[in-house]
Design a protein around this ligand. Sequence first.
Ligand code: HSE
Length: 382
Amino acid sequence: MKVSVLGYGTVGVGVCEMIEAAEGLELGKVLVRPGKADKPFKVCSIEEICADESVDAVVEVMGGVEPAYSYLSAALRAGKHAVTSNKALVAARGPELAKLAAEKGVGFLFSAACGGAVPFLHNLALAAESDRILALGGILNGTTNFMLDSMQRSGMDYGDALRQAQALGYAEADPTADVSGLDALRKIMLACAVAYDKLPCEGFSLEGIESVTAADVKHFQAKGLVLRLLVRGGESGDGRIYAFVQPYLLAASSPEASVLQNFNMAKYRGENAGDILLIGQGAGRYPTASAVVRDLSDIAHGRRTMMKASCERVAADNSVCSCRYYVRLPAACADALPLAEKELDGALLRGVTEPLAVTDMHARVKALRESGAAVFFAAMED
Ligand code: HSE
């Protein structure tokens, strides 16, 4: 199978090397930015790739929604299989690409967009064919896991931990997507689409790690707790989809607390299979490239669908889930939350709320922040 690659950045270089080394795969032309085609194998024109009848598949690793969407659509229209690692693209335009691939009878896979090397979507797509998926979750962002682990185990500060994650090639071009939780949110959107044929596209609850301080981390450590940024997704009994991202405080013995560095842990619960946990490197050149090349193998073996053409966009409803929350806020704001436990820490109050719906907690904290209060919160794992 001859494969052209769109993009020659961190992941693109890894994909090209892996294709060249793989049995049964041949590297076609590689699309680079205008003016950057400094070698014969590089081109700057998507039309040239689409018109090349010897190319069977196109891998998109450029990132961003445009021009990636136009380029991948053009490749699908030209009858090429499509593989992408681009979660922003699939979260925004996945249903259109899935429909186009089905119309043209070609493959469209995006394992590498969720979990790096971890074969999460690959296994989830298989499992959803024969089992009812009850819940989805885990750690789906390598950058923030690396940062939290470095802050907690090496006492690194937030800025240094982020700079190191960037230097190691884990972070997005704009790392705000990582630390705000948006990157992890896009991944749970994709997992919901694969598991439930419904792509949540609004109504999210999103909290990243931007509010955590070194003093918070010390405080959790003293209590034997570990902070992780987790995703949750699923379908309630009445068919409502939930999808949210928020920090969690976990017992040191919980499986997620043992996930270190840039590793991810993807979880799903099948009605019959029970809990399945998959752990591996969630970011970086070769881990991500390995998932892209695995998708190419799947296509070569005839497994070509991850998102169905019938996938519909829905609003998430996170009022169906509730948690108790650890919170740190100015002591003067104590009445803004129903606190079951509280302790004063100078002018700050640290406490744990009564159980609150996810939507309710996120709305209350939003209002507090709008009034100028600096607040950190994390769900407590029950
Ligand atoms: N920035 C992403 C992460 C890359 O840190 O998980 C892999 O999707």
